[in-house]
Design a protein around this ligand. Structure first.
Ligand code: ADP
Ligand code: MG
Length: 381
């Protein structure tokens, strides 16, 4: 895939921007705060529907403006596409009801590497679910719909739980909702499991490439539901055939039933995919608690490399790769390995504060752009 142009209106530090991109390696150079990350984020947002980190639409509207628009044009498998996302400020409430993460129906594959990725490894489970979801949305057909439906169903059950507690609704109203919720939970569950199955081999391959032969990085999907079902229950539906799906729906239905009275007291749904985790271990030990900072960073890099490979396998489309400030924290050897990896992709965006230590062009054309004063302009050397 190729992104050939970007247009912004009132997006973060940009009032108006229109820029054309070439194929190859595009390096955005500018001092801190110049607006490099904003450019990458806008492209990711237009292509995938999610921003970087803890993105909120209302924060992305340029200070003092009433809304933003981001738009990209490009081509996937030589077929041109246009993607656009607009947001108007008074919509904050409506947006909160939809959830913060509403990807377009056919996201264009973009994979972003950022120093913040280390939180996938060392942070809370939310960052890992987000990583899994990002992958599943691009790689598993129907996952986006399942994810949105599931989260809506959880909110509806939570409202109903509170209504039951206040005796505004009868207890019997809960059961049909829980059946619906169980169906959606099972869809999210099997989507994440599929991603894990496809990811495991790629992750260990990528980690060995970066850390050396014999070093291992493992990812294991840890669905929250296993805390609530019989130890012997088999939830490892490897290929997710239909009868297994039924089995999984039933497991969720029973879990909701058994936690119902406590959930009514607390007014929230205790069990389900919104509590899932992805266990990450390095050389057999849990990476979150036992790995060094250096190992955690290498693991994060490997997770994004694996994501790039998986997205390409699943969509038969090379993702556009964005590297935000990543080179500055790599040692020479890792820099070399990462560059080698990136050279396999047809379009790569790299941000950096200076041109020092950046990949030399190798076989790919390399283009520099200077980011300053709200402008992005090609640098002719
Ligand atoms: N909603 C916004 N309105 C106006 N400026 C913003 C907004 N959000 C971020 N900025 C500005 O964007 C700049 C940071 O841009 P960023 O792309 O992160 O810089 P860098 O080049 O270091 O990556 C900061 O100066 C910040 O004030
Ligand atoms: Mg930045």
């Amino acid at each position: 895939m190729i992104i050939s142009s970007l247009q912004l209106r009132d997006y973060r530090s940009y009032e108006k921007l229109a820029v054309e991109w070439p194929q190859g390696v595009v390096v955005l150079v500018g001092r801190n705060g110049a607006g490099k990350t904003n450019v990458l984020e806008a492209m990711v947002l237009a292509c995938t529907g999610h921003g970087l980190g803890s993105f909120r639409d209302q924060d992305a509207v340029r200070h003092g403006a009433g809304g933003y628009t981001v738009a990209v044009a490009g081509a996937a498998s030589s077929v041109p596409f246009n993607l656009r996302r607009s947001f108007q400020l008074p919509d904050v409430r409506a947006l909160a009801a939809e959830g913060p993460f509403s990807p377009p129906a056919n996201p264009a594959p973009v994979v972003t590497f950022s120093p913040e990725d280390v939180y996938i490894v060392k942070g809370g489970p939310g960052a890992r679910r987000r990583y899994l979801d990002e992958l599943a949305i691009t790689a598993v057909t129907g996952y986006r719909r399942a994810w949105l439906d599931y989260h809506r169903a959880v909110r509806q059950r939570n409202e109903l739980l509170r209504a039951v507690r206040k005796r505004l609704s009868p207890l019997a109203d809960l059961e049909p909702w829980e059946m619906q919720l169980a169906v959606q939970a099972a869809r999210v569950h099997s989507g994440r499991l599929r991603v894990q199955n496809a990811l495991a081999g790629l992750v260990s391959e990528a980690y060995e490439r970066l850390a050396g032969v014999g070093r291992s990085l493992q990812v294991t999907y840890r669905p929250d539901i296993v805390r609530w079902v019989d130890a012997g229950a088999d939830l490892s539906l490897s290929a997710a055939p239909d009868h297994r799906q039924e089995h999984l729906v039933e497991a969720y239905r029973r879990a909701y039933e058994s936690t119902r009275s406590r959930d009514i007291q607390l007014g929230v749904t205790a069990v389900g995919p919104h509590r899932d985790d992805l266990e990450i271990s390095i050389d057999g030990l849990p990476a979150r608690t036992h790995a060094s900072q250096g190992q955690q960073r290498t693991a994060a890099l490997a997770l994004r490399m694996a994501q790039s490979m998986l997205v390409e396998d699943a969509t038969r489309e090379q993702p556009v790769i964005c590297l935000d400030d990543v080179y500055s924290e790599l040692d020479d050897e890792r820099r070399h390995l990462v560059t080698e990896f990136l050279m396999g992709y047809s379009q790569v965006f790299v941000t950096a504060a200076s041109r020092e230590g950046l990949p030399s062009s190798g076989s790919k054309p390399l283009y520099y752009y200077v980011v300053e004063d709200g402008l992005v302009r090609p640098l002719t050397i």
